[in-house]
Design a protein around this ligand. Sequence first.
Ligand code: AGP
Length: 364
Amino acid sequence: ESYDMGGHDTYMHKEISEQADAVDRVLRGRIDDRFATVHLGGLNLDAREARGVRRVKILGCGSAYHAGQIGAQMIEELARIPADAEPASEFRYRNAVVDPETLYIAVSQSGETYDTLAAVQELKRKGARVLGVVNVVGSAIARETDGGVYVHAGPEVCVVSTKCFTNTAVAFALLALHLGRIRDLSVADGKRIIAGLRKLPGQIEEILANEDRIAELAAEYADAKSMMFVGRVRGYPVAREASLKLKEVSYVHAEAYPASELKHGPLALIEPAVPTVAIVPDDDLLEKNRATLEEIKARSGRILAVAHQEQEKADHTLLVPRNEVELDPILMGIPLQLLAYHSALALGRDIDKPRNLAKSVTVE
Ligand code: AGP
């Protein structure tokens, strides 16, 4: 895609709308049907080295960190390597133990975020292997890392990340599949994930076709004094990212919690003026998530569910097409990008340049 607005009023809307093409691009030329895997040309990690990885630590800031959380879960699920994500801005200040058997992955749209770059430089100085999952080709983080996966989202102009977040999650699915097939992921599971990946662009179009309904729902919830976003496991990073999106672009206060943590405190906030957006995929946690919806309803909370099927306890459900469960986080955040966009539009915000924010934070 180009910098041309192509008939959109804002870059945010343009970039949300481009996601099917962007995902198509991150997949293009990488799938290997014969061996049910993917080729990641710039990874610079051979099969022997990949088998020696004992842990994966993913570092990024803001949306890149949230995409990294999704990536960590995919790597654990598909490659069975313990993995977690941490804000690069925290990691660089806590004198972390740098472990030679850990594979470090830095995530960044711009490739210029100072906190992430500083974390990479500290890791490299201590002899760690660091890969990049980066959008901007030839950027500082791309140059400093030992190899990696380009996200190929195309130029992202809006301060608020949308298509790059989605493409980064897909890039992590590719990396997880690649690592999984070197380790213990079966041919059958490899094929299942590949079939799921191929469905994504069409399913993204389906979600985007629902924009008018999402705009109506944004108006319905425009009176919220704050919004709660909840999800379990795969749904939790989706909730965190959706909460960040709403805050950044509409300036509406939002909190994200693991659904299971509500009862440990945040339930006290629930009242009609504080609606909840709940991520409710049809996975093995469906019943647990339904119980959460009941708990919220019992406290007079309004609920907007993002789900694969209508949720009886929710006031409204936004339906998202089913894919393989491991890929659910890629699709479930997309309607919530539109929710944030339409909330900001209704409130007359400066959508492409929210107050106090810069596209890339290149200072300490
Ligand atoms: C995303 O909507 C944000 N504006 C912000 O959190 C961003 O993701 C973060 O600053 C990291 O930027 P990067 O991906 O360019 O490193």
